[in-house]
Ligand binder design. Structure first.
Ligand SMILES: Nc1ncnc2c1ncn2[C@@H]1O[C@H](COP(=O)(O)O)[C@@H](O)[C@H]1OP(=O)(O)O
Ligand SMILES: [Mg+2]
Ligand SMILES: [Mg+2]
Ligand SMILES: [Mg+2]
Length: 361
């Protein structure tokens, strides 16, 4: 099978997919280097969630690739440079981490490798890095081409050596059209890179430590189960982000007896696409919390192109047109198409009973 790097065919969104894959892989290389270094630079954000050198550095690197290749596209990204501008020492550490993990690796490499680094965008200095990080401030997700990036999804998982993901999606007029999920701690050693283009299926390849290489892809499809009692749930590790008690009640209602698989982060979407589980439930622990666009863009397409569907807890499609957060959806449920009717019926009943109907949003 030809790799996309050498393919001469011109499938729709082929360049977007390849650049997104390479950009996410490069950010994954940085994240592993930060994990293996002594200094993580962890800060607490105003919503009490952590952010690290890896989150800022990955956002800068992916945005460098997007700006270099698609300068007219808009971007929504989780992070901004505020905490770095008020903490010069941390800003220097982020730039140093990028330089060491990415650019110092290119010295002495072949010209093809350094040209790949140029293609993915070069960050020349700290000021440029800070400006790049702020390119993800778009607020309108419904029109034109908008990339959505979670540079490190599941920062808590990342910090404890659990699952985390680098999630990059491209919305075209509010529809997720390209999705790439890098999961450095999932599947084989070194992790996996999943990607999907709308209408073209989902593929997986190993994440490599070489920026310029995308190994041959293999097609992935969700497990083709037809009864809910054969399913395994995938849910979060953090009880604060989703309602585990309610999810257990739903599992019982669906006749599920197998213990759930618990993973941090949106690597849960990847786990479903790879057949490690079949149903991902994320029922809100608080109705005040609005799920973020960048948490679900890439994963929802990766699962849909592998034979699944991603809905809200009322069984309606996720509406990515409402800006940085979902305004018309609460909770997320993901499952193979073959069992969607049964899962939606049971989850919807519980959702209405516990949270009230959709009109209460
Ligand atoms: N209060 C919250 N409710 C729901 N999700 C949250 C909350 N705070 C952070 N998250 C996001 O939930 C995801 C992790 O979920 P899980 O608990 O299922 O592993 C991450 O995307 C994390 O964002 P982040 O990207 O900042 O890590
Ligand atoms: Mg975060
Ligand atoms: Mg996230
Ligand atoms: Mg994040």
């Amino acid at each position: 099978m030809a790799t996309t790097t050498t393919s001469t065919s011109s499938l729709p969104y082929e360049k977007e997919r390849r650049i997104a894959e390479l950009a996410v892989q490069r950010a994954a290389i940085l994240s592993k280097a930060v994990y293996n270094s002594k200094v993580k630079g962890t800060l607490e954000k105003s919503d009490n969630s952590p952010v690290t050198i890896a989150d800022f550095g990955a956002q800068a690197l992916v945005f460098a690739s997007l700006r270099n290749n698609f300068p007219d596209d808009n971007i929504i990204g989780e992070e901004d440079s505020g905490d770095l501008r008020s903490n010069k020492e941390l800003a220097s550490l982020v730039f140093k981490a990028i330089t060491e993990a990415v650019y110092s690796n290119t010295t002495g490499q072949s010209s093809s490798e350094s040209s790949s680094s140029n293609e993915l965008g070069v960050i020349n200095n700290e000021a440029e890095m800070l400006d790049l990080i702020d390119k993800g401030d778009c607020t309108d997700s419904g029109k034109g081409r908008v990339w959505a990036l979670d540079p490190i999804d599941g920062t808590k998982g990342f910090l404890r050596g659990g699952q985390y993901a680098i999630a990059l999606g491209l919305l075209v007029d509010g529809v997720v059209t390209v999705g790439v999920l890098g999961c450095p701690n999932l599947g084989e050693e070194g992790g996996v890179l999943l990607s999907a283009v709308k209408g073209q299926g989902t593929v997986v390849r190993p994440l490599t430590s070489d920026f310029s290489t995308l190994p041959d892809p293999s097609r992935v499809t969700m497990n083709p189960i037809t009864t809910t009692s054969d399913a395994t749930f995938c849910e979060g590790v953090e009880t604060g982000h989703s309602n585990h008690n309610l999810q257990a009640k739903i599992a019982a209602g669906l006749g599920i007896t197998k213990p759930s698989v618990r993973y941090d982060s949106q690597a849960k979407y990847a786990a479903l696409a790879l057949g490690e589980a079949e149903i991902y439930l994320r029922l809100p622990s608080s109705m005040k919390y609005e799920e973020k666009i960048w948490d679900h863009a890439a994963g929802s397409l990766v699962v849909e192109e592998a034979g699944g569907v991603a809905f809200d807890m009322y069984g309606e499609k996720l509406d990515f047109t409402t800006g940085r957060t979902f305004k018309k959806n609460k909770g997320v449920i993901v499952m193979p198409k073959a069992i969607q009717e049964d899962v939606v019926r049971v989850v919807r009943e519980v959702a209405i009973e516990v949270y009230g109907g959709k009109s209460s949003l």
